[in-house]
Design a protein around this ligand. Structure first.
Ligand code: GLA
Length: 521
């Protein structure tokens, strides 16, 4: 009897041990977001669809726009994610793998990514959850989820928009969840942008799946800004405010500010609404020919500071008075609040914002910053009166102090370090990237995540708001070949103590001849 018990016990222990040992090792933490620690503030960048549609999306257009984004000052204002939308970028070859469309993108999709990374920008690509993309010009990911996500990772994408065309019979949440698993398996942290135009009510579940989700249909047909439709989209998106937060955002579509057909007040209002809604700031206009007014609107750091606030709260309408709306409910990282007064009427409106509209005591003595006029008044009690012209806004910040600091706005000189060693002797190579903040405060030192390959070390030094990440490579013992590392650095926003979006960059090393010593990778 005793012996039988012992045998059963031993078998049970062996089974438990085996079950534990054979369980798939998934070290990815499962939080309530896409848990890649990306876009903890809304993504900023540019996408071609609103202005151009499918034509003439090609390498030339994307590269010219990259250059314009840098030279116009948009990069300094925080715009970073850029790349083709449904721009006929790839096809599926006979073996089932995605292949770059070299006729349109002669450098290949990896080459285009390198061009973008070398300019300190992040690479955005596009695909579809169904069998084909919307125009049917490109293959969708259906039944190719894992190999396609591996292709996007190999092209070094940092952001992937996944459309919802040609998905007959597919379940929205299941399809996007499967693609999220495939993205994880591909191993590269990629901002995951769901584009089901509100189908399947993604605001109810997509916070655990992706980083942003379209809440509505398209904001315009390519090349035709539509103010009325944009206002309907803003109203629909406004109601979903509770779903937004760091790393998971409602997406009311790319911006139309700066496109033909909108007046200057409409551009200003549109941008203010998108800032107030913590919406992704993906510019949709032609960056190569912007008026000074458009540049000034798209690069207003005081407005962008509202959008890039580390608390990530989506503002909402707290009072409607005929054609005038007061938006608030957007507490900011320094304890101040954002307020938007929007006049959709045909005549100028005199509007009184009461502190009670903002949930504050009438007796509070508060400073008011006008984020378009760049002027501070106060302290004042009770409230403030503003006059707002038709289709225009007053975008304000209300605070107990007159400091009005800007949150971090991160700008890098490059996200790609490429090193090459020719010769058989051991060499030390180095390449640095510089990351700065255009926010008010200096940052703590970026902390490089441990676990780098043994051939790479990274040292961080600070010079005020700029920091240098010096990458040193030793080729000792490395065989001829290509080596790659993805470096991750983390930081916290110093005023609120909130985590900032993780910073990633690629290090490529090419060894053209064997060096002495044993092999190492
Ligand atoms: C859908 C999306 C758009 C754009 C086009 C491309 O309509 O909503 O943003 O990507 O597809 O065909």
């Amino acid at each position: 009897m005793r012996k039988r018990h012992l045998v059963i016990l031993s078998l049970a222990i062996a089974f438990l041990f085996f079950a534990q040992w054979s369980r798939p090792q998934d070290s990815t933490p499962r939080g309530d977001t896409a848990d890649n620690d990306l876009v903890l503030t809304p993504p900023m960048g540019w996408y071609p669809w609103n202005e151009f549609g499918q034509e003439p999306q090609n390498e030339k257009l994307i590269k010219e726009t990259v250059d314009a984004l840098v030279s116009s000052g948009l990069k300094e204002a925080g715009y970073a994610y850029i790349g083709p939308d449904e721009g006929i970028c790839f096809s599926r070859d006979a073996s089932g793998k995605l292949a770059s469309n070299l006729a349109r993108y002669p450098s290949g999709l990896r080459g285009l990514g390198d061009y973008i990374h070398k300019r300190g920008l992040k690479y955005a690509l596009y695909t579809d959850a169904g069998t084909r993309t919307c125009s049917k010009a490109m293959p969708g990911t259906k039944d190719h989820e894992y190999e396609d996500m591996a292709a996007f990772a190999a092209w070094r994408a940092d952001y992937l928009k996944v459309d919802w065309c040609n998905t007959e019979g597919q379940n929205v949440a299941e399809s996007y969840t499967k693609l999220r698993e495939a993205l994880r398996a591909a191993g590269r942290p990629i901002v995951y942008s769901l584009c089901s135009w509100g189908e399947g009510e993604p605001w109810k579940w997509a916070g655990a799946v992706g980083n942003l989700w379209r809440t509505t249909g398209d904001i315009c047909s390519p090349g035709k800004a539509d103010w009325g439709n944009a206002m309907k989209i803003a109203a629909a998106n406004e109601r979903l405010y509770a779903a937004a937060g760091p790393g998971h955002w409602n997406d009311p579509d790319m911006m139309i500010a700066g496109m033909d057909g909108l007046s200057e007040p409409q551009n200003r209002s549109f941008f203010s609404l998108w800032c107030m809604m913590a919406a992704p700031l993906m510019a949709g206009n032609d960056l190569r020919k912007m008026t000074p007014s458009t540049v000034q609107i798209l690069t207003n750091l005081e407005a962008i500071g509202i959008n890039q606030d580390p608390l990530g709260i989506q503002g909402r309408t707290v009072r409607r008075d005929g054609k005038v709306e007061i938006w608030a409910g957007k507490r900011l990282f320094d304890g101040s609040q954002a307020v938007l007064v929007f006049n959709q009427g045909a005549a100028p409106a005199q509007v009184r914002v009461e502190w009670s509209d903002l949930g504050l005591e009438e007796s509070a003595a508060l400073y008011v910053r006008d984020l378009w006029r760049h002027q501070t008044t106060g302290p004042r009690t009770g409230g403030i009166s503003v006059t707002v012209p038709p289709d225009d806004v007053a975008l304000l910040r209300v605070s107990k102090t007159d400091a009005f600091p800007l949150p971090p706005i991160i700008v890098a000189d490059s996200y790609l370090v490429s090193l090459r060693a020719a010769g058989s002797t051991t060499q030390k190579l180095s390449g640095a990237i510089t990351v700065k903040t255009n926010g008010s405060d200096e940052l703590l030192l970026w902390k490089v995540r441990p676990g780098l390959p043994s051939w790479l070390s990274v040292a961080v030094t600070r010079n005020g708001k700029s920091q240098t990440l010096a990458n040193t490579v030793s080729t000792a013992g490395l065989k001829k070949g290509l080596y790659h590392a993805l470096v991750r650095a983390d930081n916290i926003e110093p005023v609120s103590g909130r985590p900032m979006s993780a910073l990633y960059y690629d290090v490529d090393l090419e060894i053209t001849e064997d060096a002495g010593g044993g092999a190492e990778n």
